[in-house]
Design a protein around this ligand. Structure first.
Ligand SMILES: C[S@@+](CC[C@H](N)C(=O)[O-])C[C@H]1O[C@@H](n2cnc3c(N)ncnc32)[C@H](O)[C@@H]1O
Length: 212
């Protein structure tokens, strides 16, 4: 939405029809012209056209817990990238997840419309590099109505160098690796979310290009 508001031509996609509906309503409310697709990463090659930037934020790639799906996704992304285009995504950093994760956490947020309590219970599989987070929400609205719902999130985490090696093996080069939303900093073992900015190796300028 921020990029569309800034004048960029933007399209959005999610596997979840509910999330796409939320995004569509948000774009409409803000008067933004954004085209949406209800598409998985694994079928993203069916989205027409190509893009200068492909962006997958908030650890969305972490939801691909099987390597075959990750590999297919990167192949689809490469296919959708315009020449010289970049792919920006973030994933959980295992070096931070292992020491920092809490098996039980309670968080409260409130605004003038509602109070939200979120209880999370997390189990880690350190060997498979995966976390299962079970969220239970209690939302109390200003008129006194209370709603309960729960969500299960199954997320793969990666180690910083492991991701560089995977990207390289799949034909990408890393232009930048940084903590989420902090491009001026280097990733450390304390940063839970790490962002990668990558491009296809085949798009790397050659010596011939540079001398032109
Ligand atoms: C943590 S949310 C981030 C949401 C969104 N990127 C945003 O900025 O609000 C992760 C998102 O990944 C989506 N997702 C999970 N598995 C997916 C898949 N295989 N293909 C496409 N989207 C997927 C979920 O539906 C969810 O909307």
């Amino acid at each position: 939405m921020e990029l569309a508001a800034g004048g960029y031509v933007v399209e959005g996609s999610d596997i979840s029809s509910g999330m796409v509906a939320v995004a569509r309503n948000s774009a409409r409310d803000r008067g933004l012209d954004v085209r949406f697709h209800e598409c998985s990463f694994q079928t993203a090659d069916t989205i027409p056209g190509s893009f200068d930037v492909v962006l997958a934020m908030f650890a969305a790639l972490g939801y691909l817990t099987h390597f075959a799906d990750f590999e297919l996704t990167l192949r689809n992304v490469a296919q959708k990238m315009a020449p010289g285009g970049i792919f920006i995504f973030d994933v959980w950093n295992g070096a931070a997840v292992l020491p920092q994760y809490s098996p039980h956490k309670v968080r409260h947020e409130a605004d003038d419309k509602r109070k939200v309590e979120r209880v999370s219970r997390t189990t880690l599989d350190e060997i498979a590099q995966q976390a299962v987070v079970k969220f239970e929400f209690r939302v109390e609205y200003a008129d006194g109505t209370v709603k309960h719902f729960s969500e299960n999130h199954h997320v793969r985490f990666y180690f910083p160098q492991e991701m560089v090696d995977l990207l390289t093996a799949l034909g990408f080069e890393v232009l930048l690796r940084c903590p989420f939303m902090q491009p001026e900093k280097a990733v450390s073992k304390d940063d839970w979310n790490m962002t990668y900015v990558v491009r296809k190796m085949s798009d790397r300028p050659t010596a011939a290009h540079q001398s032109q």
